[in-house]
Design a protein around this ligand. Structure first.
Ligand SMILES: Nc1ncnc2c1ncn2[C@@H]1O[C@H](COP(=O)(O)OP(=O)(O)O)[C@@H](O)[C@H]1O
Ligand SMILES: [Mg+2]
Length: 172
């Protein structure tokens, strides 16, 4: 079971002791999210962003292996409960990111709405207000800490559902 802390203002912290826990958090996100969710992933190289997206794939019921889109920039998986669009901006500078026109994924006028997961989202100059931010940091123990931030009430409710019974209310 995932165990997380809610610190108020839509900030959730979850400790992930091993890669399986990172995968498990992704799995829960994949199970719970509705079409149109934008997930902005950040964290150093090797912090577990791709592992998390692989878990999302499992949660959405995608059988095809999810590989890092570092060279392809965007990978699209259409076989699951909702489409998964997996983006990696590692090799791009902000001007190149603008020219990718990622808005077409959240405007969803031409593309079927799905879950848009963006690695190295730090490289983006603008993002929708409804986006969920997920930062991964290494812990001295060797595990990771995920900090999830949502602004809108429906996204906060989604994160509460993702963490479910493991949610602890931080009194501080
Ligand atoms: N919570 C965790 N604790 C320890 N190792 C982890 C954790 N989550 C992922 N890893 C490991 O970290 C390594 C890098 O993960 P990866 O998902 O490729 O990172 P990124 O996409 O952020 O560069 C992998 O070997 C993965 O198994
Ligand atoms: Mg990666």
């Amino acid at each position: 079971m995932l165990q997380g802390w809610i610190g108020g203002d839509g900030v959730f912290k979850i400790d992930l002791p091993d890669a399986q826990a990172t995968h498990g958090l992704g799995d829960r996100l994949g199970q719970c999210c509705s079409p149109g969710i934008v997930l902005l992933l950040s964290g150093d190289l090797g912090s577990g962003k791709t592992t998390l997206v692989q878990g999302i794939g499992t949660g959405l019921g995608i059988a095809e292996p999810i590989t890092s889109p570092t060279f392809t920039l965007v990978n699209e998986y259409l076989e699951g409960r909702i489409p998964l669009y997996h983006v990696d901006l590692y090799r791009l500078d902000p001007a190149q990111v603008s020219s990718l026109e990622l808005e077409s994924y959240w405007d969803a006028t031409e593309i079927a709405p799905g879950l848009l997961a963006i690695e190295w989202s730090e490289r983006m100059l603008e993002a929708p207000r409804s986006a969920i931010r997920l930062r991964l940091e290494s812990l001295p123990s060797g595990g990771r800490r995920a900090t999830l931030t949502a602004v809108q009430a429906d996204q906060i409710a989604l994160l509460e559902k993702v963490i479910g019974d493991g949610l602890l209310v931080d009194e501080v």
